[in-house]
Write a protein that binds this ligand. Structure first.
Ligand code: PGA
Length: 247
């Protein structure tokens, strides 16, 4: 694992976007794995800035998002379809037909999950995968205890995730309790992984994920077994790692 410490969230977004920009420039038909949440939003803003400056071309790029709530359609402002259009897709020259987000309102959710992994395979696999990390160590919606070999599947969200994410809904009850997520096995197939983490709530988790033994209780710890992971984290998220003298 390569760890890039940054002082601010802005710097983190710039460095993360720089890695994606290099990937897109060196392979214009790259397959990118994308994430939602608070942390990636600024990184997408940086990519839009590079596109506006004429430095990036997304016309041959294919994307696969990590996850989606079950029951939220693309027009719901808390769906990850909506987020991706708002945060990135609507502002760049990407072909919407090449942008994949699991369909949380599919009639047959199991078939949707199986087809998702198949589409990633058909596209040639993910070249670079962006990840955040949950306060409970989840990556995508793979909650603690998820099988390391899992493929795209339906999950029940844990109370911790419901507590963190329900703030974005008008009432906490509106937040779906289940989601579709790429599995840990699906994520580990990506050729390169970039994980971004910011804020004090991630400090303990980041330490446990990368400096404690690999365990299904901390899903992100599986990344210790991946050959090409870059972690970009700000000072707050690195607090525990620094206190333990590991950086
Ligand atoms: P965040 O989410 O970027 O909103 O902190 C990360 C995650 O839960 O995966």
């Amino acid at each position: 694992m390569q760890l890039i410490p940054t002082e601010t969230k802005d710097e983190m977004a710039r460095i993360g976007a720089g890695l994606f920009a290099e990937q897109i420039t060196s392979k214009p038909n790259s397959v990118l794995g994308l994430a939602t949440g608070e942390t990636p939003r600024e990184l997408y803003g940086e990519l839009i800035g590079l596109y506006d400056a004429g430095a990036l071309d997304f016309s041959d790029i294919t994307t696969f998002n990590l996850d989606e709530y079950v029951g939220l359609g693309a027009d719901h402002d808390q769906s990850y379809h909506y987020y991706m259009h708002d945060a990135l897709f609507d502002h760049i020259n990407i072909d919407p037909a090449r942008c994949h987000v699991p369909d949380g309102v599919a009639a047959d959710l199991a078939a949707e999950c199986a087809a998702y992994d198949e589409h990633i395979r058909e596209a040639g696999g993910i070249d670079m995968q962006l990840l955040g990390i949950g306060v409970n160590g989840h990556i995508a919606f793979n909650e603690p205890g998820t099988d390391f070999a899992s493929r795209t599947h339906q999950v029940d969200l844990t109370p911790s995730t419901i507590e963190v994410n329900s703030q974005y809904f008008t009432t906490p009850e509106e937040m779906p309790r289940t989601a579709l997520t790429m599995g840990l096995g699906s994520i580990m197939d990506a050729k390169r992984i970039v994980l971004i983490a910011s804020g004090p709530s991630k400090a303990e988790t980041l330490y446990r994920a990368f400096f404690e033994p690999v365990t299904e209780e901390v899903p992100a710890s599986i990344l210790q077994n991946h050959p090409d992971v870059t972690v970009i984290a700000n000072g707050e998220a690195l607090k525990v790692i620094r206190e333990k003298g590991l950086l």
